[in-house]
Each structure stands twice: as structure tokens, then as C-alpha cells.
Design a protein around this ligand. Sequence first.
Ligand code: ZN
Length: 238
Amino acid sequence: MHTTALVLFSGGQDSTTCLAQALLKYERVETVAFDYGQRHRVELQARLHVLCEIRAQFPQWACRLGEDHLLDLAVLGQVSESSLTRDMAFKMESSGLPNTFVPGRNLLFLTLAAALAYRRGLQVLVTGVCETDFSGYPDCRDDTMKAMQLALSLGMDRRFLIETPLMWLDKAATWALAEALGGRPLVDLIIEHTHTCYLGDRARRHAWGHGCGQCPACELRARGYAAYAESRVKPASP
Ligand code: ZN
């Protein structure tokens, strides 16, 4: 029986939805994020706002929400050339991956999260990785997660469960899941406080939240929200 979880929590739509689900399921939930020299620090600020709002608006979850951890992963900027950490424009590489790809990033995140979970006595690692809408990141695949679960459990001699609630959902379904978990207040919290935009734009506010509206992350979020909003106004089938 699993009762405790560590959520990899970046402050975006996906990881906030994962956090809400973990708070419904588990008695004690902690959060972790990684500071790897993201070009846009706004992401690290957004996650603190989200935690604060969850505590304020969902008292039934606040009592389960434990410590928040921020791990320094500046070394990632030394080993990778990515538009997430360097000042360069977004483009697709000849490999078919966008240049936001940081090789092995999620593998490192999970390894450090597991080490932290080991120390904190947490059983489940929750991550918002997804194969459905993903940009082709190989370290977000279901098979990769299963392999990591096995490697971490063997390598640390502690049985970890890696939970990926969004693995097979598209962005519209992720909005619907948020509504199912926390009603409209959670959807509104996600719209207002989570951050997705690759350019770090918080000045422009759309129906789906803040962002430039044009980068691939904004486009994906906007499209998903539009599909979700449309599905809500349709009359329920008999
Ligand atoms: Zn954007």
C-alpha cells in the first residue's frame, strides 16, 4: 500500500495536475524541482505561487502537502546545448527533436528524485511525462519510465513506483482531469498561476493562461484548452 509520494513539480500545467492527483491519493506528498539554469526564472517563481495557491484554496490538500525541495542542477547547462538553457532560437534539429531537448534530463531528474525520496522515506515518484503530445523526447516514453523504475529500484535496493498519470492523455484530457480532480477552482488556478511558455512571457493573458501564444509550448497549451472548452459546452450524450 503506497501512502507517500514525491511529485516532480515544475510549476507547469502538467505537473500541477499530477500534484493535485497525488494530493487526492496519498497521505503525505512532497515536491521537487531542479534549477538547471533555465533561461526563464519565471518558471521557478510560478511553482511557488502554485504551491501557495493550493495551500490557500484547497485546505483538504494543504494538510497533506509537505516539504518542497529545489535541487541545484547547474551541471546540466555545462553538458548540454539546449535552447532551454542557452540564448538561442527554437528550431527542429536534423534528429527530428526540437532544440529544447536536453539529453538525459528526465533520467537525471528521476535519479535525483529517487535519491531524495529514499532519504525522505517516500514511496512513489510522480512525473507528468506524456507520450501523447510529446515533442518526441525519448526520455518521456513509457518504456523509459518502466526501465528507470526497475533500474532505480534495483540500484537503490528500495522498491520505487514511478507513476505517470498523464502518459496517455492529450492536453485537452489533461485539462479535463484537472477539472475532475479539483473542479473549476483547480482549472482556474492552473490557468492563472502555472507557467508553460518557452519564452517566459507572463505579460500576455489568454483564455488558457499567460504566454507568448506562439512558441510550441503555448500553441500546445492553447490548442488543448480550446478542445477542452469545446467539449464542455457540448450537451452530455444520453
Ligand atoms: Zn510561449
